[in-house]
Structure formats: structure tokens, C-alpha cells
Design a protein around this ligand. Structure first.
Ligand SMILES: [Zn+2]
Length: 367
């Protein structure tokens, strides 16, 4: 089966909607064409010139990068920076570049899922829920068809609230209508006033599933003109957002916990604050730069906050309130290559998908 850049983008955007990316970010297809045929894909954390050379060697048509090679708008492309040189090479060699970054960070099945499995943490919720991600659908269905429509909506992803699925609110009433001569009413006759016993169904759903939910409704509702309303909901979804908080299966002392992180996350060096002398059970974490999360982690009563790019004074400031751990930006995100590969492997069998072998960490450690 032929695979195009568009097919790969569709899968990734279904998993991590572009709308979830931070406003400062630059995600999606940033170089190339959606219509390009793809045989070989290279996944990288950072798109450096060495990674680009690797993509040439591996005859790749598409590079998927976590960090965007273009962050801010560019006024000229002359090759004065590595990112400009990568863009020039990509265009010359007809290689497309696709970025999936903070939109991936936002999803429950994203980096935090991978890390919590690795560290055996039962996640409770995200640390910073994203706002405006929930919508409500209200529709009116003939009573005998209510079950079919309700189930189709559940199957399409509606009705999930925290640990509950199949959530809906229903009540029966009467709907009225009169179709003109162009209509073919499912019940009643055209140009004759009709009253039908209907069930009002109300369900919540994540906003990025809007089209899937509407398709499920239209496909399963018997009327040619479906009556429905969609509303934005102010409540936040505890499973969409940045970072996570959860509990270790077993309490650990701080020293053992750091050893455990070092080994599991393959970190050469950990920076941490003074030990609090408390056991570690509740863990808060933000992959990548996450110093903005320290105070929220304390409010959530986490025993430890793990992230990267923390500042010197952060290690002083919170004293015994929480153990602060900086594992390095690269180390906290390098596994995203494997995560993205697993998403694509589940959906594409006719193309080759590989992770870059280049160590792109610009931070060097001198022991
Ligand atoms: Zn990052």
C-alpha cells in the first residue's frame, strides 16, 4: 500500500491534535509536501545537520522531529545557521520535515505515559490541565433509535469522564417538525405537521474528536436533518495537559530513588536539591523545560519534582518542601523517538520507520 506524508500526518494528528500545541510552538509539516510518497521515515529528537546526513544515507523521504528546526519566523534562508542549512538540504533532496512537539506533550498517551510505565508510576492526572478541551453534544433521537446513536457516540470517543466511560444524560420528550415538499421525513409525511417521541441525549467529548463524533451522529441518526447542538465546556480534562502526577508502586528513600531514575532514564548525571529526608511516593514530572511546575508540584503535595533546565536558585528556594531533580533536557525527552516509532509501527507496515542513531544532546558532561 502506498503511503504519503498526508497519511502519516493524519495518524499523528489524530493522536496529538495540532490544536493542542503551545502558542509559541511550530508543529506539523514545516518543509515539503503532504502529497509526497513515503518509503523511509527517520525519527529524531533534534534535527541537526548530522541527523540530516543520516536521513540521506537511509534514503529517507520524511524526517519526523520532536523539536522544531524552525521555531520563529525566518526572513531569509541563506545557510547562516544550522537550521537554515537543514532546510536548504531538505528542499534540494526532496525530504519533508514534520514536527510533533508540545501537542505530543499534552496527550495522556504521550511522553508521560511512556515514563510512568518505565518508572512504574500510577498516574493520577496531568499537572497543568489544558483549558477549553471539552465540548458537549446534545441531540434529539427517535426513542427506538436512541440506544444505537448513544452507543455510536460512545464508540467514537464521547462519554468518558475520569475513570467512567459510557456517561450520558437522557430524557424523553416530544419533537415536532413539518418538512416541505423537498423532504423525505423518516417518520411522518412531508408537508404534514408531525410529533415524534424522542430522547434527548447529552454527552461530553474531547474537542479534537469533533469531526469523528459528528460523523458517528450523522451515520447513526435516522433523520435526514439531524437536530443537534454543540457547546464549549469550561471544565478541564485531567488527562489533557502538561506533565503528570502519580504514585510509585512502593515508597523509596531519596538516594535509592535517584539511583533508580539514573538507571531507568539512562541519565549520566543528576542535579538535585538537598534531601528532604522523607520517603518518595508521590512523583510530579514535566519532560523538557519544566521549572514553571515546581510550585504546582508542591501544592499537589508531591514528594519529588523531576524535570530539566532548572535554575541554581530553584535548588535553594523550596528547602525541605520537595526534592527537586533535574535529569537534563535531552535525557528527559530522548525516549520520544521510541514513542513515536511505536505509534507509526501500529499503523504502517509497508514503510521503514527508524529512530536516529545520532546523539544530538548539545550539552556535554565533563567528569
Ligand atoms: Zn524539549
Amino acid at each position: 500500500m502506498e503511503v504519503f506524508v498526508r497519511d502519516i500526518a493524519n495518524i499523528l494528528e489524530n493522536i496529538a491534535p495540532i490544536e493542542y500545541a503551545a502558542s509559541y510552538d511550530n508543529v506539523g509539516l514545516i518543509v515539503g509536501s503532504f502529497h509526497k510518497k513515503v518509503k523511509n521515515v527517520l525519527i529524531t529528537l533534534d534535527l541537526t545537520e548530522k541527523v540530516f546526513d543520516e536521513s540521506i544515507q537511509k534514503k529517507c523521504d520524511l524526517i519526523i522531529s520532536f523539536h522544531p528546526v524552525i521555531f520563529k519566523s525566518i526572513k531569509s534562508i541563506t545557510g547562516k545557521t544550522f537550521s537554515e542549512r537543514v532546510i536548504i538540504h531538505a528542499l534540494k533532496n526532496d525530504i519533508s520535515i514534520y514536527v510533533i512537539h508540545t501537542n505530543l506533550d499534552m496527550i495522556w498517551e504521550g511522553p508521560s505515559s511512556y515514563i510512568s510505565k518505565l518508572l512504574r508510576i500510577n498516574r493520577e492526572k496531568v499537572l497543568f490541565p489544558k483549558k477549553e478541551t471539552i465540548k458537549k453534544l446534545i441531540t434529539y433521537v427517535p426513542v427506538d433509535y436512541a440506544e444505537k446513536v448513544r452507543n455510536a457516540l460512545f464508540e467514537a470517543g464521547a462519554g468518558n469522564i475520569s475513570n467512567y466511560s459510557h456517561c450520558s444524560y437522557n430524557f424523553d420528550g416530544f419533537g415536532s417538525y413539518m418538512g416541505n415538499k423537498k423532504t423525505k421525513p423518516f417518520f411522518g409525511k412531508k408537508e404534514i405537521f408531525h410529533i415524534e417521541k424522542e430522547t434527548c441525549i447529552s454527552v461530553l467529548f474531547p474537542d479534537y474528536k469533533l469531526n469523528i463524533i459528528k460523523n458517528a451522529l450523522f451515520k447513526n441518526h435516522p433523520y435526514e436533518e439531524v437536530a443537534y447542538e454543540i457547546y464549549n465546556i469550561e471544565n478541564t480534562n485531567p488527562y489533557i495537559g502538561i506533565g503528570f502526577i502519580g504514585n510509585l508502586m512502593e515508597k523509596m528513600n531519596e538516594y535509592d530513588f535517584l539511583l533508580f531514575i539514573k538507571k531507568k532514564m539512562n541519565v549520566p548525571c543528576i542535579r538535585h536539591s538537598n534531601f528532604t529526608e522523607k520517603k518518595i511516593q508521590k512523583v510530579a514530572m514535566i519532560t523538557g523545560s519544566g521549572r514553571f511546575g515546581i510550585e504546582t508540584a508542591i501544592e499537589e503535595k508531591a514528594d519529588v519534582f523531576i524535570s530539566s533546565d532548572l535554575k541554581y536558585h530553584d535548588f535553594f528556594k523550596y528547602e525541605k518542601k520537595i526534592l527537586i531533580v533535574d535529569i537534563g533536557h535531552y535525557e528527559s525527552e530522548n525516549f520520544t523517538k521510541s514513542l513515536l516509532k511505536s505509534f507509526l509501527d501500529q499503523n504502517f507496515t509497508s514503510i521503514s520507520i527508524c529512530e536516529s542513531k545520532i546523539h544530538t544532546n548539545p550539552v556535554k558532561y565533563f567528569y
